[in-house]
Every structure is written in structure tokens, then in C-alpha cells.
Design a binder for this molecule. Structure first.
Ligand SMILES: Nc1ncnc2c1ncn2[C@@H]1O[C@H](COP(=O)(O)OP(=O)(O)O)[C@@H](O)[C@H]1O
Ligand SMILES: [Mg+2]
Length: 269
């Protein structure tokens, strides 16, 4: 059986808009228009234990919403999602104990305290036995080269340094699954390479299942044999990197947005 299974997941957000124009403020006090934004329009896929899957798509495609549903943060409007035998938003506590999540644009480190204090707090939050915690902690400090950063408050770290600490924070409780939501966003080239090397090694060594969202094609090329492309809340492609490249050979060297525009056209979306 698959470790992660999504079937026809749907999620629509209500967005409240104020009318535009000269009298907008006044009218806005009385009327607001509600617009429905479909973030996920029936997403289905399965992922097996130990896979490293790339989830790629342009801004607003629905990547983060998918990650939030799988992490139990959001309840979808419809469809089914079962991860390691649990429905994330119904069995949130046991679920989050077995997953790790990294959001590139949000930190799970406490901003004003030394990184090591955040790590200790996470040990208590996840109730990791001290011996097991220490072993994992030391491993991560070594492979991510965090030795010199542990006493530094998170807010003083560079983005690359912070991202290494975020990875450790997400893996300290030895989860089976790691969701990475745009972990390379804003990183310099050297930090990107280091992060990719770490993920590749961690996936191979510990067998942690990984789903990596990105809109950087190079991330996927470097890491994933399987790629899922999402656009406008729908899955546009699920298969090997080679297959994607073959189908869209004409777009070689272009960024992912161009490839996806071609997919929209093909599918008449
Ligand atoms: N909390 C929210 N409220 C309203 N709209 C949202 C919310 N979260 C996401 N959306 C909308 O849903 C769509 C998908 O967003 P998201 O999953 O964040 O895309 P991605 O991560 O691929 O950039 C976008 O149109 C976005 O504006
Ligand atoms: Mg996002």
C-alpha cells in the first residue's frame, strides 16, 4: 500500500474584495464581494515509502495548499487523503509526530533565542526520548555543519544558515516523511547545492519519503526521478523527469512557467 494517498482533493478559498473606485471605502463599509478561488481542483496521487518526488508549478498553482492539507493544517472541502493509515486533519497529533515540514517562507525556529534552545523545545514538543534525541541531534549538527550556529539567535542567521537549521528542526524527531515547501527560495547557489546534497543523502541513508515543492527546475533535475506538475489546482503531469523533458523538448532552457503555459494550451484549460 502507498504511504501517501490523495484522491480527488478539492479546496476552495473565499476571498473578500472591496469594490474599487472613488467611493470604494464608503461602499466597502456596506458591501463586500465574495469571490471563490479554487486552489485544488481534484488532486490525486500516491507516493510510496522512500520516494523523493518533485512538486513543481508556478505561483498560485496550489502547491502550498496541497502541503497544508497533507500536514493536517487545512481541511479540504472534498476528497480523501490518507497518510501512513491516518487522515491528517482528523488525527493531527499522531500524524504530525511522524512528519516533518519545512516552509521556505516561514520559520519554525524561535526568532530571538539561540537555535539550540529551539531544538530543545522541539524535543519536548515531540516528546523525543533524550538518548534518541541526542544521537539524532549530533548527526544533524554534523551533516548540516551547524556547530558554529547553535548559540546564535535565528534572526541573526543568513538565509542559507537558517535553512540548514530549519532542516534539522524538521528532522530532529526522526519523521518518516518530510514535506519541503520551496526550501530553496531565495538561496544563493552554494546554499542551494548544499541543501540538495543533504536531501539526496538523507533520502538515501534514512529512507525518509520526501515531497519537494519548488518552481526551480534545477532542484528537480538534481534530486528527483519523479516529478508532478501542478497548475491551476490540477495535476498536469506525473512521471519521470525524462518523459517531461521529451514531451517539452522545445522548451529546453526555458523556465517552468513556459512549459506549464504549453501544458495549459494542450489540455485546453
Ligand atoms: N488562505 C487563503 N485564502 C485565500 N486564498 C488562498 C489562501 N491560500 C491560498 N489561496 C489561493 O489559492 C491558490 C493556491 O495557492 P497556493 O497553494 O499557495 O499556491 P502555490 O503554493 O503553488 O504558490 C492561489 O490562488 C492563492 O491565492
Ligand atoms: Mg506556495
Amino acid at each position: 500500500m502507498s504511504q501517501i494517498e490523495l484522491r480527488n482533493i478539492r479546496k476552495t478559498f473565499k476571498v473578500y474584495e472591496r469594490p474599487e473606485g472613488k467611493w470604494a471605502l464608503l461602499r466597502g463599509a456596506f458591501s463586500r464581494t465574495v469571490r471563490a478561488v479554487t486552489a485544488l481542483d481534484g488532486i490525486s496521487f500516491t507516493i510510496n515509502e522512500g520516494e523523493l518526488v518533485g512538486y513543481i508549478g508556478p505561483n498560485g498553482a496550489g502547491k502550498s495548499t496541497t502541503v497544508k492539507v497533507m500536514s493536517g493544517i487545512l481541511t479540504p472541502d472534498g476528497g480523501e487523503c490518507v497518510i501512513s493509515g491516518r487522515v491528517p486533519w482528523k488525527e493531527r497529533k499522531p500524524h504530525v509526530a511522524r512528519i516533518g515540514v519545512v516552509f521556505g517562507q516561514r520559520s519554525q525556529l524561535w526568532w530571538d533565542v539561540p537555535v539550540s534552545d529551539s531544538f530543545s523545545l522541539l524535543r519536548d514538543v515531540y516528546n523525543v526520548p533524550p538518548g534518541q534525541f541526542q544521537k539524532r541531534h549530533d548527526e544533524l549538527v554534523e551533516t548540516l555543519d551547524l556547530g558554529g550556529l547553535l548559540k546564535t539567535p535565528a534572526r541573526q542567521l543568513s538565509l542559507g544558515q537558517r535553512m540548514r537549521c530549519e532542516l534539522a528542526a524538521a528532522l530532529l524527531h526522526s519523521p518518516d516523511i518530510l514535506f519541503l515547501d520551496e526550501p530553496t527560495i531565495g538561496l544563493d547557489a552554494v546554499s542551494k547545492l548544499a541543501l540538495r546534497a543533504f536531501l539526496r543523502e538523507e533520502n538515501k541513508k534514512s529512507g525518509v519519503t520526501m515531497l519537494l515543492t519548488t518552481h526551480d527546475m534545477d532542484d528537480i533535475e538534481a534530486l528527483c526521478s519523479r516529478v508532478m506538475v501542478i497548475g491551476r489546482g490540477r495535476l498536469l503531469y506525473d512521471g519521470g523527469m525524462e518523459g517531461l523533458k521529451e514531451r517539452y523538448a522545445a522548451y529546453e532552457g526555458q523556465d517552468i512557467d513556459e512549459v506549464i503555459a504549453a501544458m495549459y494550451e494542450e489540455l485546453a484549460l
